[in-house]
Structures are given as structure tokens and as C-alpha cells.
Design a protein around this ligand. Structure first.
Ligand code: NAD
Length: 482
């Protein structure tokens, strides 16, 4: 197939196209909006009858450990499938299967050890809290890290006792059914996890609007998040929203510049920039601006853009031809506001790239902080660089977007790192490192980057409601009006 094709989705069939070469990987049947009723009904039936919600935590943990074991046993096959589905380098896809297994192991541990509270009484009773599932939860995921994002929602939602309906992105439909099969084989009751395939406008919206869905966990773009929040607000159901980013990476003159330059390049060009926490805005203190910017541009020019199964690949294709074309368009339009391309700025030429959705690592300087390229998420390997004078200047510039997902700070001064880290509006702050991530640390966004925190022990509570219980200890009968 020729470059320019995209993953096709219509109301009947979703075709996964390998963005490395345009070949068809597989087709899956799209769930029709009218079928959602039956899916939700089956989920409630599983929730009420399977006994999963009432299963002792240690038994639930046993099943979840078995899911993790099976994910690892099938790691190579799953990693290759994901590589073909969305074009990420194979080594990264292996890491994502590891992360998916890690999420199941972690929430197996959480559910087995999680304690609720005995609360201080103000009368003759013992009071304490318990966690109750919502019943049926919908999880909606994007295309950039399917197996990992999906496991990070499914594992805590199941651990909390819910039945889960997972809708993967129409661009990457292949991993979610594998996860559901593995869960079933590991001992999860039938229909406790179901997959709905299809576009956001059809099956996604139908799921969000369905009165039987009691909670929604969403990861994706900010505009979609807003639409889901509106629908959920009307129904008064809770949502967890993990949305877009435009994360600043800040380099002070006193930093270890060699490490900083390497981390800046890896923070934006890794995963071809298709990471919600990609460090897409670089702020450099004036006195070292030229040195840092040239170092990053040199890394961009030298980065090995290659097929995702090339063992030496550093930057693979983008996840789809449609997305690559969006990135192209974005940069083209953004540059009309001025700006100077120091590296990349186009799709690479040459035979090996002709069939794939590639885009060159790109570095752009000379734009003002309000320029479109400095404000809007591109979700590609595109870095804008801006100088700053002092701490106050960089805090104002870095906080000057509507988003607030993550940030990186490079300085040898721990006091400055503390000041800047506290002042930046971001859910994750990396100091002298970047893009570290652990299932045990809460993750989420400030401002338009989201609501709620996934991961961590409290990630379980996203999928549960707190119930307060009182056991009376009265020795005398109540009197009316007491
Ligand atoms: P998207 O918002 O277009 O789609 C995400 C999911 O929502 C897909 O499954 C889609 O089918 C579904 N959807 C779309 N419209 C819907 C609707 N009206 N109702 C219900 N569901 C709907 O996002 P994308 O292009 O797949 O992913 C890229 C975005 O995801 C980027 O903005 C990125 O920053 C963000 N992202 C955020 C995180 C995070 O943790 N904060 C992680 C990964 C990706």
C-alpha cells in the first residue's frame, strides 16, 4: 500500500495499517452503537452474578498475578503486534508489555494490602469506611501506548471489583482483545472485562451516554476529554481524565549540560514525540542558549530514523499516515508565524521512508511563547526552543499554556530545583531527569491536562466509592428527639 493511507475506520470494520510500510495488519469488527445496550447488560449481569466483586482480595490478587504472568509469557508476540499496530520501536513495545504486567502485579498487591479507616466516633457506635465498586466502568484509551494504557485502567478497575468495558482507539484496535483473552484465561469471570471496538463518535459516545455506565476513565486529547466531561456531567457520573500536554523542559546555565541536552532530545524525539509527557517546549537560560540549542539540534539531525524493528532505531514512524500528515500541516502552518528550523521540518526523503509515516526530528527557534507551535500539542517529534532571563521569566513562560501535565528542570542547585518545581503548574516534575514513570507514583494533569490521578495506591480509589458504616453500641433504646 502506498504512503498516505491511514487507518481506516467505518461503521462496519476497523483496519489496522502498519505505519512502517502501509501494509494491512488485521481487521476487526466495529461494535455498532445499537449493540452497546447488550454489552452493558452483560457487564451488569457479570457484576451481579460472577462473584468477582465479593471475591476475597487475596483471591482477586491471585487472578491478577496470573494475568501478569501470562502477559510476560506472551511478551514477544504482543510486543510485535503492538509494533505493527502503532509503529513504536520494538524495544519500547516490549517495555509496554512489561508495564502492563507491572500494573496487574501492582494492583494485585494494592488490593491485597489496602486498608480502610476506622473513624473517630462521636456517639455510641463504631464507624469505619469500606470501598464499593461503581458496578460498570468504561475505560476509553488512545493509540499511543495501547497495552500499557489499557492495563493501567483495567487492573485497578477490576481490583476494585467492577465490571469493565474497554474501548481502545480505532487506530489501534488489536491489543485490547488480547488483554481480554488473557484475563479470561487467567481466571477472570466471563464478561467481567469486555471490549467495544469502534470510533469515538459512534461507540465511544454511545458508551459515555449509556445510563448503565457508572464511571468513565478516559485518556486522550483535551477536546475529547471536554466532550466526555460534558456528557458525564449531565449524567452526574465521575470521570477520570488524562489529557494532552505541552510540557516545558527548563535548562539553567549551572546544569550538567551534556546530560540535559541528551535528556531534552530523548524527551521529545523518543516515541516520535507521541507521548503525552513529551517535553515539547525547551526553555534555556540566555548565557548557555546557543550551546544547548546547537547540541539538541545536532542530536536531532543524527538521530536514526528507521523502521521500528531495526535494532538501531531511535525514531520510528508516527502511528498513522493521518497523524503524520497532521504533524506536517501543524508545523507548516505554525511556521507562518515566523520561526527558524534548526533541524528536520519535513518528512524524510528516500526509498526506505517512502512507504511509511515518518517525520524527521525537528527543532524550531525564533517563535514567541504565544505562537501556535508553542501553545498547541503537536504529538510529534517537534521541539520549540525559547530563551529565558531568570527564574521569574521562565516560570511565567513555562506556565503560559492552558496545559500542565509534566515538566523537566535541569540545575545543580537543589534550592532552585525546589523553587521552580513548586512554581510550575504540572502534575509530574522531573529534576535532572526526564520521563521517568512508575506505576507506584500518582500521575495526572493540572489545568487542561486532566482531572484526577491514575496509578499509585490511590489509583484504586478512582474506581471505588467510599461507604461509611456505623455499628451501634447503645445500651439504652433511642428516645425521640434525642
Ligand atoms: P482522542 O481524544 O482522539 O481519542 C482517544 C479515545 O477517545 C479513542 O478511543 C477515541 O475513539 C475516543 N473518543 C473520541 N471521541 C470520543 C467521544 N466523543 N466520546 C467517547 N470517546 C471518544 O486522542 P488520541 O488522538 O487517540 O490520543 C492522543 C491524545 O491522547 C493526545 O492529546 C495525548 O496527549 C493524549 N494522551 C494523554 C495521556 C495522559 O495520560 N495524560 C496519555 C496518552 C495520551
Amino acid at each position: 500500500m502506498a504512503a498516505g493511507l491511514t487507518t481506516k475506520s467505518d461503521s462496519e470494520e476497523l483496519v489496522s495499517i502498519n505505519p512502517a510500510d502501509g501494509s494491512v495488519v488485521a481487521a476487526v469488527r466495529a461494535t455498532q452503537a445499537r449493540e452497546i445496550d447488550a454489552v452493558v447488560e452483560r457487564a451488569w449481569s457479570a457484576y451481579r452474578r460472577s462473584g468477582w466483586a465479593q471475591l476475597r482480595p487475596d483471591r482477586k490478587a491471585g487472578v491478577m498475578h496470573e494475568v501478569a504472568r501470562r502477559l510476560i509469557a506472551e511478551k514477544e508476540r504482543l510486543a510485535i503486534l503492538q509494533m505493527r499496530d502503532n509503529g513504536k520501536p520494538l524495544a519500547e513495545c516490549r517495555g509496554m508489555v512489561d508495564a502492563a504486567a507491572g500494573a496487574f502485579r501492582y494492583y494485585a498487591g494494592v488490593i491485597e494490602t489496602h486498608e480502610t479507616e476506622v473513624t473517630p466516633p462521636r456517639g455510641d457506635y463504631v464507624s469505619f469506611t469500606v470501598l464499593e465498586p461503581f458496578g460498570v466502568v468504561a475505560a476509553i484509551t488512545p493509540w499511543n501506548s495501547p497495552i500499557m494504557n489499557e492495563a493501567q485502567k483495567v487492573a485497578p478497575a477490576l481490583a476494585a471489583g467492577n465490571a469493565v468495558i474497554l474501548k481502545p482507539s480505532e487506530e489501534t484496535p488489536l491489543l485490547a482483545p488480547e488483554l481480554a483473552r488473557i484475563c479470561l484465561e487467567a481466571g477472570l469471570p466471563e464478561d467481567q472485562l469486555q471490549i467495544v471496538q469502534g470510533t469515538g463518535e459512534e461507540s465511544g459516545a454511545a458508551l459515555v451516554a449509556h445510563p448503565g455506565v457508572r464511571m468513565i476513565s478516559f485518556t486522550g486529547g483535551t477536546d475529547t476529554g471536554r466532550a466526555i466531561a460534558r456528557a458525564a456531567g449531565g449524567r452526574l457520573i465521575p470521570t477520570a481524565l488524562e489529557l494532552g500536554g505541552k510540557s516545558p523542559h527548563v535548562v539553567f546555565a549551572d546544569a550538567d549540560l551534556e546530560h540535559a541536552i541528551a535528556a531534552v532530545a530523548s524527551g521529545i524525539f523518543g516515541s516520535s514525540g507521541q507521548s503525552c509527557v513529551a517535553g515539547s517546549r525547551l526553555f534555556v537560560e540566555e548565557s548557555v542558549y546557543r550551546q544547548v540549542v546547537e547540541g539538541v539540534a545536532e542530536r536531532a539531525q543524527k538521530a536514526r530514523v528507521a523502521a521500528p524493528d531495526d535494532p538501531a532505531v531511535e525514531v520510528g514512524p508516527l502511528a498513522s499516515f493521518r497523524h503524520r500528515d497532521k504533524v506536517l500541516q501543524h508545523v507548516r502552518e505554525g511556521l507562518r508565524q515566523g520561526g527558524n528550523v534548526l533541524a528536520g521540518g519535513a518528512a524524510p526523503g528516500g526509498d526506505i521512508y517512502a512507504q511509511g509515516a515518518y517525520y524527521q526530528p525537528t527543532v524550531i527557534e525564533g517563535l514567541g511563547p504565544d505562537a501556535r507551535l508553542c501553545q498547541e500539542e503537536i504529538f510529534g517529534p517537534v521541539l520549540v526552543v525559547l530563551p529565558f532571563r531568570d527564574e521569574a521569566d521562565v516560570i511565567a513562560q513555562a506556565n503560559g499554556t492552558s496545559m500542565g501535565l509534566a515538566c523537566g528542570i535541569w540545575t545543580e542547585s537543589f534550592k532552585r530545583a525546589w523553587r521552580i518545581g513548586r512554581a510550575l503548574e504540572a502534575g509530574s516534575v522531573w529534576i535532572n531527569t526526564y520521563k521517568q514513570s512508575s506505576i507506584s507514583s500518582p500521575f495526572g494533569g493540572f489545568k487542561d491536562s486532566g482531572i484526577g490521578r491514575e496509578k499509585g495506591v490511590d489509583g484504586l480509589r478512582l474506581y471505588a466509592q467510599v461507604k461509611s458504616m456505623y455499628f451501634g453500641l447503645h445500651t439504652q433504646p433511642f428516645s425521640i428527639g434525642k
